[in-house]
Design a protein around this ligand. Structure first.
Ligand code: ATP
Ligand code: MG
Length: 136
């Protein structure tokens, strides 16, 4: 599924539609370079499944933020600052992967620890806007 987006609100609408299909145990990797809208996407999913006013800060420094939602716990990871894939164990990826829904920014930083059944959402620039492709 591919969406062409031209503004933040388009990303939010795309995320809201995606949120409705979640069941409760998905692993979701957000692939794309700096500032492509990954956090905007996850924030919109969390707000759609909990409270539209809930604060969803970027986990750039905390590496992980968790949320209670109507589809269970959502784990929002940002692996950008990980020094090694193994450090992901210290922040609890194993428990998170076997529990709720996990969204992962910068998934390439955990290398082969990323499970093969992960859904990938790819954010890319195109001449006509930003493309969001959901690969599941
Ligand atoms: N479809 C879009 N078109 C244009 N701008 C957008 C779109 N979606 C989001 N943005 C803007 O992109 C900016 C960066 O968004 P965001 O912080 O979500 O990026 P990110 O991919 O999480 O970056 P990082 O890799 O640093 O975590 C925001 O200012 C947001 O308003
Ligand atoms: Mg981000």
């Amino acid at each position: 599924m591919k969406y062409l987006t031209t503004c933040e609100d388009d990303t939010i609408q795309c995320a809201k539609a995606f949120a409705q299909h979640l069941k409760g145990h998905e692993l979701v990797a957000l692939d794309g370079t700096l500032g492509m809208g990954k956090t905007v996407f996850v924030r919109a999913v969390i707000q759609a499944l909990s409270d539209k006013n809930v604060e969803v800060p970027s986990p750039t420094f905390t590496l992980l933020q968790t949320y209670d939602t109507i589809k269970g716990t959502i784990y929002h990871f940002d692996f950008y600052r990980l020094k090694s894939p193994e450090e992901a164990f210290e922040i609890g990826i194993e428990d998170a992967f076997s529990d709720g829904i996990c969204f992962m920014e910068w998934p390439e930083k955990i290398g082969s620890l990323l499970p093969p059944n992960t859904i990938h959402i790819v954010f890319e620039n195109t001449p006509n806007g930003r493309q969001i492709e959901i690969k599941d």
